[in-house]
Design a protein around this ligand. Structure first.
Ligand code: FAD
Length: 504
């Protein structure tokens, strides 16, 4: 006998994206059910790297200490060409003052999933494993009726459904949403290898060759590394032996054995819509791209965080249903930019065109010796870290704001709250809040807080140069800054913004 369950949100898929979505919804007090067709979390290591922005999100949901306890830290990227290594690029130096998490954190996807499953359970929500979504229909009362093949919960009636069900998303198919883009002709290999020789231990290694490339992430253990490269020729002929011999011949990298070896094709695709009425897409269901840049899992986790905060506002009656369109308006451009960038990088690395190969040969033979000393100097801009770590993302908070700004992005509004050294702790409440920086009229700002029903926090010392002294900011539950004002105008400005989302 299977039961029928009523809920606010059905999350389909308990990969990293679905688990983060369910965790944030549970933390925000939204009823949700999460189902997955598998019998438990993935056992494959799959995605490895957590970027700074994801660590900030983990901090918000109270999981960052456990992640820090388990993750390996990579503070450097060592670029190179074939056998040559360049000088290391120190990430911590690039990240100074940007974030409390100035490294790359190596923690495999399977371990992220287990931490999230435990945390979710602690919040009182369990995953319904072995429950695969079979069908979805809208009923006369406007609710979704979803049928699974599970033997505990058969029918789930929900107000919203989020498809976090991976690249072959059943939710996307059921909604008839096109997955636009292309599939690369190349095949990737991944090996979680032990006793690796020929690579610096605690750094991310990025090596180019004329016809090959190698990306390697440290995984602790006994000189363990995730080795990732591209394979020439038909995918069917790819074996671990062929990958191993390329590694030795081109990069002088060898390893003892592998715990996991796999090959896969790289797709560059974005869903035509991230929202269709009460249905949303997030993570790989909404966008897929090459693992160059280690952004895939991070982008899914941040989709989930963004969507959960919006759904919570709507369920609590603070925002209208139309506010949910902002999810697509904010996250789809991020995905499109990511897919375009990784597609271009991937094409540059793997293209068989004569010009591309000639360029790579030139770089390897002639430019590499010069590059060895130049690269760390050229890549000194903190912007590089901000792009990589996903801390530079900008959203238009409302359509009106985009028009008024004539598409010129602000320093603070539309971005995640700049880190001031002491202002992230208050984000753990995941609520709308007002922050005042430097000397300002505290009594006036406190009154604004009372009238709007928002918590107000003061930070007398301004350490981040993006934040303006004497300014106050309306901060969203996801940590993004919705509006900026002065204490004397804050009520009108902030009430105006909140009214807009309530009546959008
Ligand atoms: C071999 C491999 C190596 C990778 N390496 C990297 C890497 O190095 N770096 C990187 O950033 N990314 C990497 N990725 C990509 C990364 O794994 C994904 O970006 C990430 O898993 C996306 O998470 P997700 O939760 O959106 O989707 P998934 O992890 O795919 O989770 C989707 C979940 O939905 C469930 N599901 C599917 N259909 C249904 C249904 N009908 N009903 C119920 N449940 C359903 C599935 O069982 C699954 O648990 C790799 C992927 C693969 C396959």
């Amino acid at each position: 006998m299977t039961d029928t369950v009523e809920t606010d949100v059905l999350v389909v898929g308990a990969g990293p994206t679905g688990l983060m979505l369910a965790t944030c919804l549970a933390a925000l007090g939204v009823r949700c059910v999460i189902v997955d067709g598998k019998s438990g979390p993935t056992r494959e290591s799959r995605a490895l790297v957590l970027q700074a922005r994801t660590m900030e999100v983990y901090d918000q949901i109270g999981l960052v200490d456990r992640v820090l306890a388990e993750a390996e830290i990579a503070s450097e990227i060592v670029p190179g060409f074939e056998r040559r290594r360049f000088r290391a690029i120190n990430l911590q130096r690039l990240a100074t003052g940007t974030t409390p998490y100035p490294h790359l954190y190596v923690l495999e996807q399977s371990r992220n999933e287990r931490l999230l499953v435990d945390h979710l359970q602690g919040l009182g929500t369990r995953v319904w494993w072995s429950h695969r979504l079979q069908s979805m229909a809208v009923t006369a009362d406007g609710r979704l009726e979803c049928v699974t093949d599970g033997d505990e919960v058969g029918v789930i009636r929900a107000r919203f459904c989020a498809g976090a069900d991976g690249a072959s998303s059943a939710v996307r198919e059921m909604m008839g949403i096109p997955f636009e883009g292309k599939t690369n002709v190349r095949t990737f290999y991944v090996a979680d290898a032990t006793h690796v020789a020929g690579l610096p231990a605690d750094a991310i290694n990025l090596r180019f060759g004329v016809d090959d490339f190698l990306l390697a992430f440290p995984m602790g253990g006994q000189a363990d590394h995730r080795l990732l490269g591209v394979v020439r020729g038909p995918a069917e002929g790819v074996t671990e032996d062929s990958a191993r011999s390329t590694l030795r011949r081109v990069f002088e990298v060898t390893y003892g054995s592998s715990r996991w070896f796999s090959t896969y094709r790289v797709h560059h695709r974005v869903a035509a819509r991230f929202r269709d009425g009460p249905v949303f897409l997030a993570g790989d269901a909404a966008h897929v791209h090459s693992p160059v840049g280690a952004q895939g899992m991070n982008t899914g986790l941040q989709d989930a965080h963004n969507l959960a905060c919006k759904i919570a506002d709507v369920v609590a009656g603070r925002a209208s249903d139309a506010y949910l369109d902002r999810y697509s308006a904010e996250r789809r451009p991020v995905a499109r930019r990511l897919v375009t960038t990784t597609d271009a990088m991937f094409a540059m690395i793997t293209s068989d065109r004569r010009v591309a190969r000639a360029l790579r040969r030139f770089v390897v033979r002639f430019a590499a010796p010069i590059g060895a000393s130049l690269v760390p100097r050229v890549v000194r801009s903190p912007r590089i870290f901000e792009y990589l770590s996903q801390t530079r993302i900008h959203y238009w908070m409302t359509e009106q704001q985009r028009i008024a700004a004539r598409a010129r992005r602000g320093r603070v509004v539309g971005r995640r709250l700049p880190w001031n050294g002491d202002n992230y702790e208050s984000l753990r409440t995941m609520t709308w809040q007002v922050h005042g920086y430097g000397a300002l009229d505290r009594r006036a700002l406190r009154r604004v807080g009372v009238r709007l029903g928002l918590r107000v926090r003061f930070f007398p010392v301004v350490r981040n140069r993006r934040l303006r002294r004497g300014a106050c900011y309306l901060v969203r539950p996801d940590g993004f800054v919705a509006a900026e004002s002065r204490a004397e105008h804050a009520h009108a400005d902030f009430a105006g913004h909140l009214r807009q989302i309530a009546c959008a």
